[in-house]
Write a protein that binds this ligand. Structure first.
Ligand code: AMP
Length: 217
């Protein structure tokens, strides 16, 4: 099953994707993680994307779409999760073309819903591994050893765009550009588009997601 996970920043898309990778051997394609890795490695993509990430703004479609096309093109049969892409209607249209060209399909589009007051606390307390992108939270899921990733021993840090000033811009970008995708994908029908309650623990959300994937609700 191939999935799109979308929703506001802090909804838990990355965490759910990581659980699906671990437990269902799916491949996560996270445009945010790809941009951060490119920035860390100072590639030309990283140089192009950095200013946008730092400001909490969307990277131009021409750059983002090309990146996803490459990633999807390289996949041979592995089931995948698109995490953080598409983020606007132009990207969704481009994705439809890429899928057609590569003969791939999307089986479910999950919109992960979390009220705004919870999002702010989740984002401000979020910490991420610089090496493997495992997601932590200072209260609900701290690493065992402070600032050290349990999974790989890498440095756990606070993303620059998880600081309050930038969070506001990211939420605006979400409202303006990404939220309209709800209607776009709702039009694909209830077999494809499913809204998931993203509140509660990551295990509870995972249970809701996998029940739908198994056709149980
Ligand atoms: P995320 O890790 O999904 O929260 O994304 C972090 C940042 O990466 C966003 O604030 C954007 O600057 C950039 N980004 C990630 N995905 C996209 C996308 N699909 N389109 C444009 N920019 C993106």
């Amino acid at each position: 099953m191939n999935l799109i996970l979308f929703g506001p920043p802090g909804a838990g898309k990355g965490t759910q994707s990581q659980l699906l990778v671990e437990r269902q051997k799916m491949k996560q394609i996270s445009t945010g993680d790809l941009f951060r890795a490119a920035i860390k490695n100072s590639t030309s993509l990283g140089k192009e994307a950095k200013g946008y990430l730092d400001a909490g703004k969307l990277v131009p479609d021409s750059v983002t779409i090309g990146l996803v096309e490459e990633e999807l093109g390289a996949l041979k049969g592995t089931k995948f999760i698109l995490d953080g892409f598409p983020r606007n209607v132009a990207q969704a249209d481009a994705l439809a073309n890429i899928l057609k060209k590569t003969g791939k399909t999307i089986d479910k589009v999950f919109f992960v819903e979390v009220p705004i007051n919870l999002l702010l606390g989740r984002l401000a307390g979020r910490r991420v591994c610089r090496t493997c992108a495992t997601v932590y939270h200072i209260e609900s899921k701290p690493p065992t050893k402070e600032n050290v990733c349990d999974a790989c021993g890498g440095e756990v840090y606070q993303r620059a765009d998880d600081k309050e000033e930038v969070i506001r811009t990211r939420l605006e970008a979400y409202e303006t550009s990404t939220r309209p995708l709800k209607e776009y994908y709702k039009a694909k029908g209830p077999q494809t588009y499913v809204e998931i309650d993203g509140t509660g623990t990551s295990e509870q959300v995972f249970e809701r997601l996998t029940r739908v994937m198994q056709g149980k609700s």
